[in-house]
Design a protein around this ligand. Structure first.
Ligand SMILES: Cc1cc2nc3c(=O)[nH]c(=O)nc-3n(C[C@H](O)[C@H](O)[C@H](O)COP(=O)(O)O)c2cc1C
Length: 327
């Protein structure tokens, strides 16, 4: 049964979410992307943290803070977008206790990852490999649901299967019996990886569940978003790589005829990014180049800038290139 007390009005309107993407939507990128969305007039309803792996121990507070520093600011990014904490693991008790620690730090919702395709993670019985063990999935979600305060939602994020879609029915039953408050579906199997297409129509099989279903996968344009909603039979969407490549995608989905965000308008956000916090300058530069690389799909200017910045090692150097580029 769904825990109705935990989802007051979250789904009163179609939700638009920023996907968890390990190594991509880190705290700084979440900060920038949620700000662009908010400034563009359609804020994300929430975003989800990169997964935090739970193995043999309950997560210590400092680890949770490291992944989700927003917990120190009311569990919101600077522009006020809430963040949900995502956990990944296979031990129901460890996950449940870790979720309780996260809630003690101010987590406003817990999401459980059953979609990660990484070999090391799967080898240790975590992420998408659990789609082949629906009973364990159910036990994990139930254990977390029972331990976490009733007013804090617990959700699950899945793919359509591990190697194929043959046990979608079992997965659906597991979710139905788990007490999950909602479900996000990346419309591919683990074997299908991140390659197009995404099988949005397969999501429909889950919309008979008495909980909200959020569709995800391969949404790059407003038209993709419309097709996805129609085929999946849900109004709720999570945006992944498309939101990094086209940071204004969210505002263009629901407002037809919105002009795409001009390159010049993106420059101040890039400056903010380069002035943001990171473990090291090297890492920040790596992240910036990664973002420019993705922006190149949407902006020719980004491709040109990328070519100028790619050998640059310092933030000061990148900022100089950016200012010369503006000139
Ligand atoms: C680099 C990268 C890292 C990801 N990390 C996570 C993660 O930490 N947790 C998760 O649930 N999904 C993760 N995903 C999956 C995305 O949340 C999303 O389901 C997937 O990218 C499909 O959406 P898209 O086609 O719009 O990108 C990751 C995807 C990418 C590309």
């Amino acid at each position: 049964m769904s825990n109705v007390t935990a989802t007051p009005n979250l789904f009163a309107n179609p939700v638009r979410l920023l996907a968890p993407m390990e190594g991509l939507t880190d705290p700084l990128m979440r900060q920038i992307l949620t700000q662009i969305a908010s400034d563009g007039g359609r804020a994300y309803d929430w975003c989800v943290s990169e997964f935090i792996r739970v193995t043999q121990h309950v997560l210590p507070e400092h680890v949770i803070y490291k992944y989700v520093p927003e917990l120190k600011t009311k569990s919101q990014t600077d522009c006020g977008t809430p963040i949900h904490v995502q956990l990944l693991g296979s031990d129901p008790e460890m996950l449940a206790h870790s979720a309780v620690v996260a809630c003690g730090l101010g987590a406003v919702a817990i999401d459980l990852n059953f979609g990660c395709p990484a070999k090391t993670v799967n080898k240790h019985r975590g992420g998408s490999v659990l789609l082949d063990e629906p009973t364990l999935m159910q036990q994990i979600i139930s254990a977390v649901r029972q331990k976490v305060p009733a007013d804090i939602p617990v959700s699950a994020k899945i793919r359509l299967g591990y190697t194929d879609m043959s046990n979608m029915d079992d997965i659906r039953h597991a979710i139905a019996d788990s007490g999950a408050d909602w479900l996000t579906i990346h419309a591919r199997t683990k074997t299908q990886g991140y390659k197009p297409p995404a099988y949005w129509d397969k999501i429909q099989a889950f919309t008979t569940l008495p909980i909200p279903v959020i569709a995800n996968g391969e949404i790059w344009t407003p038209l993709d978003a419309q097709n996805c909603m129609t085929q999946a039979d849900t109004q709720h969407l999570m945006l992944g790589r498309g939101a990094v490549t086209h940071p204004d995608l969210i505002s263009r989905i629901d407002t037809v005829d919105t002009e795409p965000l001009a390159w010049e308008k993106l420059i101040p956000y890039q400056i903010d990014f380069l002035n943001g916090e990171a473990k090291s300058e090297r890492m920040l530069m790596g992240r910036y180049k990664q973002w420019l690389g993705m922006l190149s799909k949407g902006y020719v200017e980004a491709q040109n800038l990328f070519n100028q910045v790619k050998r640059e090692r310092t933030v000061a150097g990148a900022l100089k290139q950016l200012s010369e580029f503006i000139d």
